[in-house]
Design a protein around this ligand. Structure first.
Ligand SMILES: Nc1ncnc2c1ncn2[C@@H]1O[C@H](COP(=O)(O)OP(=O)(O)O)[C@@H](O)[C@H]1O
Ligand SMILES: [Mg+2]
Length: 243
């Protein structure tokens, strides 16, 4: 039997000092090759869920298994994190080096590549995204869309087995958005396991084979067409829920 990549069992999470739990008895299983859209309005716990998978939020109840291994301590997560690539909702949380090349080479260097290997990996990854021209730019001076693409390059340079993308298309200019959707299409076609939070049903129907609707727990989980049909009248006219 194939081992799930990610398995969350009865997860409940409450931020310190908060009265209500953000995640409530949540169960979720992600299999290799799944391409999942996480659809939910703002404040529904999408980021918290992705951070729980990464071990950045530690639930008060329930269990997290990644690649079949129970994640109990920080050391468990430290060992597994390089195999999971999280694109942060805010690119400024991801990028912290002076230049783009340093930011993209940071992960491969950390994984043990030599300086020249890491540089080569970074340049190759940027070229695969069509952004090699940005390599000498000062990261914090880039536009929001450019930063998002550089952040994606920084994640992909580590060759993660699963990509967790937190609203990759939000708050960026339309050309960068189109470029990102094209890149997600390429990744999906290449068999990359994807968990993407976003609100765009057009993208969901095209790219994902599974859609999860979240509100603290999983409200619906299935093929995009089926879930969309089930939600029916809750969708805004034009087909975009909670844009
Ligand atoms: N660091 C935090 N401390 C306290 N509450 C938080 C924190 N981060 C998020 N929340 C709250 O948790 C809920 C879920 O947030 P989040 O996971 O960011 O949702 P989403 O990504 O779907 O917008 C929201 O009500 C938000 O205000
Ligand atoms: Mg969020």
């Amino acid at each position: 039997m194939t081992t799930p990549i990610i398995e969350l069992e009865n997860i409940s999470f409450r931020y310190p000092g908060a009265y209500d739990a953000v995640l409530n008895n949540l169960k979720l299983k992600i299999m290799p090759g799944d391409r999942i859209g996480l659809m939910a309005p703002n404040g529904s716990g999408k980021t918290t869920l992705l951070h729980t998978i990464m071990g950045l939020c530690r639930p008060q109840e329930g269990s997290v298994r990644i690649f079949g291994t129970p994640m109990e301590t920080e050391a468990d997560f430290t060992g597994i994190r390089p195999r999971l690539g999280l694109l942060f909702q805010d690119s400024d949380d991801q990028l912290f080096c002076p230049t783009v090349l340093e930011d993209v080479a940071f992960g491969p260097l950390n994984l043990g590549e030599s300086r020249s290997q890491a540089r080569e990996t970074a340049i190759k990854t940027m070229a695969s995204l069509g952004i090699e021209g940005l390599q000498d730019r000062i990261t914090h001076r880039l536009s929001g869309g450019q930063k998002r693409l550089v952040a994606l390059a920084a994640v992909l340079a580590m060759k993660p087995e699963v990509l967790l993308l937190d609203e990759p298309c939000a708050a960026i200019d339309p050309p960068s958005r189109e470029q990102l959707i094209g890149l997600m299409r390429q990744l999906a076609d290449a068999g990359q396991t994807l968990l993407v939070s976003n609100h765009d049903w057009g993208v969901a129907l095209e790219l994902y084979d599974r859609v999860i609707v979240l509100d603290g727990r999983v409200l619906a989980d299935g093929p995009p067409q089926q879930v969309r049909h089930m939600l029916g009248s809750q969708l805004a006219p034009g087909g975009a829920a909670h844009e």
